[in-house]
Design a protein around this ligand. Structure first.
Ligand code: SF4
Length: 366
């Protein structure tokens, strides 16, 4: 398959790995900030191909995982109201809130539906004018344009029974928070290619300069990731701190201007609470101006609800690269995909889910 098979070629991967080994003279730690990259690394054993001394850390690259507990509680509360038809992507249904999840709400009679696009939810709003249709708008800059389009069309068409429960988060401020932390361990970063397809990579340039850190925009297949690591290590060895683009088949420096225009029309930058990490200034998107009336938190009176994060789950440390999933005492014992304590164990992009799926048992074990 074009753009997949050639990026999973074992011989080519070995060759890039040898190239990394040739340029490496000392230990380096590199963080990827994308759950898709984390899963590819763990699934294909990318880390096992690297020379001793190159350590990969998994960053806060899974938007489902960083959705705050209090927002899940708000989703459960809204979904349980009479007349509400609550729409969500499938992997949000099992993300634990403080006591319940959306699957519990569905099992207890709430009308919770899995959709594949916010426009599916908009269609449901058109078809059910007597219902309140709410879409759970979760994601990084990647999914935000489609959600912006749904609200934009709702306003233009005068569809009043549609709203968004917004949980959009932005990658560059999170990367900056990690760089500014005293616990910082990463020497270089792999930035998520799909996010940069939308925003471009100009926003990363002042970050690379201010923190003297190389940032390589990278794709999602094993060979993409190895090439991204190669570029990153080369910069570190040469004492450079620049933004480079490995994912040239999708990303341009200026990004997708049409998508950016739509985001600016509908959203504004707001502070956002990240699960297990806390509030990060200017790290989220919220509806603005005439689109505020489509804000489900305001419409259903839950905006002011606050909830503390549970203490047993250390996903906040996992998401900042301070701990690896298997260093969590609950991993595979009290926390499994069937009985998750944290979102990183249930999301298809979660680091704990990746380690449980591909590395929970020694090779050959049942
Ligand atoms: S294994 Fe479970 S409890 Fe531990 S950090 Fe991951 S999601 Fe949280």
């Amino acid at each position: 398959m074009r753009y997949i098979d050639e990026y999973r070629d074992g011989a080519a991967a070995q060759q890039v790995a040898r190239g990394i080994e040739r340029v490496t003279s000392r230990p380096w730690t590199i963080m990827e900030v994308c759950g898709g990259q984390t899963h590819a690394i763990v699934k294909f054993g990318v880390d096992a191909l690297l020379p001793m001394g190159i350590t990969l850390l998994h960053g806060p690259g899974c938007p489902v995982c960083v959705t705050a507990t209090e927002l899940i509680d708000k989703a459960v509360e809204i979904a349980s109201l009479p007349r509400v038809l609550f729409c969500s992507f499938g992997d949000m249904l099992r993300v634990p809130g403080s006591a319940r999840d959306l699957l519990w709400a569905k099992a207890n009679g709430a009308d919770v539906r899995v959709v594949y696009s916010p426009l599916d939810a908009l269609r449901l709003a058109r078809a059910n004018p007597s219902r309140e249709v709410v879409f759970f708008a979760v994601g990084f800059e990647t999914t935000a344009p489609a959600n912006a389009m749904a609200v934009y069309r709702a306003r233009r068409e005068g569809i009043e029974n549609f709203s968004l429960l917004v949980s959009h988060v932005l990658v560059p401020p999170a990367m900056e928070a990690i760089l500014a932390s005293p616990d910082r361990r990463a020497d270089g970063f792999l930035a998520a290619g799909h996010v940069c397809t939308i925003i471009g990579y100009r926003e990363y340039e002042p970050i690379a300069m201010a923190y003297r850190v190389p940032i390589v925009v990278t794709g999602f297949e094993p060979l993409d990731i190895l090439q991204g690591i190669h570029l990153c290590v080369r910069q570190l060895e040469e004492g450079r701190a620049q933004v480079e683009n490995q994912y040239t088949r999708s990303v341009r420096r200026e990004g997708n201007r049409a998508a950016q225009g739509l985001l600016q029309e509908v959203f504004e930058v707001v502070p956002r609470k990240w699960r297990g990490i806390g509030e990060i200034a200017r790290s989220g998107l919220g509806l603005k101006g005439p689109y505020r009336k489509f804000d489900a938190e305001e419409r259903f009176g839950v905006a002011a609800r606050r909830r503390e994060e549970p203490t047993e789950c250390i996903a906040g440390l996992v998401l900042q690269g301070i701990r690896k999933p298997k260093e969590c005492p609950a991993f595979g014992e009290r926390c499994t995909p069937e009985h998750p304590l944290g979102a990183t164990m249930v999301s298809s992009e979660g680091a704990c889910a990746a380690y449980y799926r591909y590395r929970a048992f020694p090779a050959g074990a049942p």
